[in-house]
Design a protein around this ligand. Sequence first.
Ligand code: 4AD
Ligand code: MG
Length: 480
Amino acid sequence: MKRTKIIEILSTAKPGENVLIKAWVRNKRVSKNVAFIALNDGSTIDNLQVVVDVDDKTEVLLSKIHTGAALSVCGDLTESAGSGQNVELLSKDIEILGQANPDEYPLQPKKHSLEFLREIAHLRFRTNTFGAVFRIRHNMTFAIHKFFNDKGFYNIHTPIITGADCEGAGEMFRVSVLNPKNPPLDDDGNVDYSKDFFGKETNLTVSGQLEGELAALALSEIYTFGPTFRAENSNTTRHLSEFWMIEPEMAFYDINDNMDLAEEMLKYLVSYALKNCSKDIEFLSKRREQEQNQKPVNQRDQMNLIERLNFILNNKFERISYTDAYEILKISKPNKKKQFEYPVEKWGFDLQSEHERYLVEKHFLKPVIITDYPQEIKAFYMKQNDDGKTARAMDVLFPQIGEIIGGSQREEDYNKLKTRMKEMNIPEKELWWYLETRKFGTVPHSGYGLGFERLMLFVTGMSNIRDVIPFPRTPKNAEF
Ligand code: 4AD
Ligand code: MG
């Protein structure tokens, strides 16, 4: 007999049907004549209730069934009296596929803290919360590919091992096969990477953008969706050392086209989640409300998760320049009252997430896109404005998250780009291929990067980025 998934049983199966299910035990209750077993197979957040008549034969079997065990159950569906579902399964035949010793199994049918669940990340998929999070993660992955595919963008796989430091910051993980105890040295006593595997120094990529640009300057509209790695020592609830990034890159787009695409994409993804993950989002929304109720009243969310998602759909994103944002922040109440950890004093400072969140949550009450940042705090490849001080950058800021997208129009002028690279000490010989695209058929083009886990934080309402990626990598943590 063919196995039926629980989602199918709960949505379309009719009382009277004979079915086979395979799933894990969430809970078991045994009374004198009858036992109830709640089973979950991950296809939906809902459990299927199995009803077992207790007799001499089943009694022994039931005593071996515990939370966490895997079962195969064959039986007839009946209308349900009290399980909260339309149907339940009257068991005719139960087989234990895999036992779970109750003295050792760490997940019991009660609320566990997220911190504890992080320590058992190999098992946390089996909770309602993480089941919901990872079903949503799959749906968001699929929706991203669908969004771009429907628009005629091509997905490009950019390299994970790279010889170029794209963002110009020294925060990369080295990839090397040299013996760390006794590496070959050059005449100056430095490690001689020409003897290394690739014959040069290589690292894990921080972004697929530079290679993405090469493809966009031929295929017109492309996107990447891959893992990126940053060795910065940021132990926050919004930073990972390994995270996934979506990077569209479009020929013939200026910064306004870029902002339009970013806004359209984010709205599409949020609306996709509301439409296709409603059960999981409802569960996570309730979960977050319970969590919020533990907090002091003035620190609680103004909106619940579902309201927050609709807030994105119902508002046009506010677009302002860095200079205007700076003026607003400088005279803002928290700045005057010295409530910001990083006071806003001089034009040119880099916005911190407290400033970003103030703009979104207190000042505009809308998602915000900030453009035209000081050139000095942005990457070398961003198009320079005529004022000689700002670059055509854009960051999209969301409530709770702060920066969710960073992007820009790119500098397409060969000489300007070359000069900027020199000023910022970016070795031309490492990026000769990038510069060449500005020599041969260069065109205005733009792109951005969406941090996938930042999107996931927003859509699930989880508060820690470690809880929206299956196996988080953060400083001092690479378990599992
Ligand atoms: O702003 P970033 O550094 O931009 C780039 O890497 C560009 N090359 C993107 C482009 O124009 N193609 O990173 C983009 C986004 C951020 O807005 C943030 O959402 C996310 O990536 N991000 C991180 N997410 C999790 N952990 C980290 N350590 C992150 N650093 C950036
Ligand atoms: Mg950024």
